[in-house]
Write a protein that binds this ligand. Structure first.
Ligand code: ASP
Length: 342
């Protein structure tokens, strides 16, 4: 017997058409379309599973998710943590990778699965992918009933993939294969057989499960492009409007050789602003020092994001600034704390 807590937050999964476009419906409207819950015996024919449902107030298109929503979601899970074997969050796909990354940093020492899922077509559509995605999520969250090993991580269950949440990116607005984890292999494959990559599953310390919920909004995400002059960014740093920058550099950590980039680094050093350097390539990593063009980044205010995704870099930076003083930030950012980078 396993018990699963399901939190419905909105997203295409439960959306209906209106004159203005798709909007999320209530949990009561969608539950009739979900065979797992409508037909009590759907999962009972395998094993008994006890489901509890809750909906976020209000349910949203995931474009409306923000750090307050991440906190709300985390607090609901934290409150119910001891009473369930696993958790499922039904979420819009647009910002699902951000929420998954944020939750992975907020929770430490997880020993249960927190599975995010959603769909590309609403469950009201005859060709919906929502039912299979939710059914797959139920297998991962209800692992006990299906004799599957526990994946004690914040993960994404979508199409036939189980991905580490903080390694994932949304790669398609259309394809049922909506997510990918370009620098990290699947935690599991949901094919005819369910196959786990046991050696990749993250197992934190055996210490007590905890929640560290704060995020800072004092960050920006900047993509370098040919001809970009960072002077407006330098002004923002000098006016102490931000404490951190995710800088999406070219390739393996390269920047144009203009003096403005050196000015930006000097302004960041003076104003205690951290630059978390990532690559704008979906696949691969930062190697500061590989090219002479990365020389500008050899500074104490720069931390290499190695092979981290943009979504994980941004949420990690917001979380680190929200929870730690300046003196400790560099160290925590450069460490792999939840399997987010190597
Ligand atoms: N706009 C929707 C959302 O993120 C897209 C989706 O769920 O696929 O809520």
């Amino acid at each position: 017997m396993s018990s699963i807590f399901i939190l419905y937050t909105g997203g295409t999964f439960g959306m209906k058409k209106t004159k203005k476009g798709l909007v999320p419906s209530s949990w009561d409207e969608i539950i009739n379309y979900l065979p797992a819950f409508k037909n009590q015996n759907y999962f009972d024919s395998f094993k008994q599973i006890d489901f509890t449902y809750e909906a976020l107030e209000p349910v949203v298109d995931s474009s409306d998710m923000n750090p307050e929503s991440w906190n709300k979601i985390a607090e609901i899970i934290y409150k119910n943590y001891d009473d369930y074997h696993g958790f499922i969050i039904i979420h819009g796909t647009d910002t699902l990778a951000y929420t998954a990354s944020a939750l992975s940093f907020m929770f430490n020492n997880l020993d249960k699965p927190i599975v995010l899922t959603g769909s590309q077509l609403p469950i009201f559509h005859p060709r919906t992918d929502g039912i299979v995605n939710l059914s797959n999520a139920i297998y991962i969250a209800g692992h006990k009933s299906f004799e599957i090993d526990c994946i004690p991580e914040v993960c994404i269950c979508f199409n036939d993939d189980v991905l580490r949440g903080n390694r994932s990116i949304k790669v398609s607005t259309n394809d049922f294969e909506g997510f990918s984890s370009p620098n990290f292999e699947n935690l599991a494959y949901l094919e005819q057989n369910i196959t786990l990559n046991h050696n990749l599953i993250y197992r934190g310390d055996k210490e007590k499960f905890g929640l560290q919920p704060k995020f800072s909004n004092n960050v920006v995400n900047v993509t370098v492009f040919p001809g970009y002059n960072p002077s407006a960014l330098i002004d923002i740093v000098r006016n102490q409007k931000i404490e951190g920058i995710v800088l999406k550099t070219f390739g393996a950590g390269n920047l144009p050789k203009t003096s403005q980039w050196q000015d930006l680094i000097e302004a960041c050093e003076k104003n205690k602003t951290i630059i978390f350097a990532t690559t704008q390539c979906p696949n691969g990593r930062i190697e500061i020092g590989q090219y002479a063009s990365s020389e500008t980044l050899q500074s104490t205010c720069v931390v290499s994001g190695k092979d981290i995704t943009s979504e994980a870099a941004l949420t990690k930076l917001m979380w680190v600034i929200g929870n730690y003083p300046y003196e400790e930030r560099h160290d925590i950012l450069s460490q792999n704390i939840r399997g987010e980078m190597t």
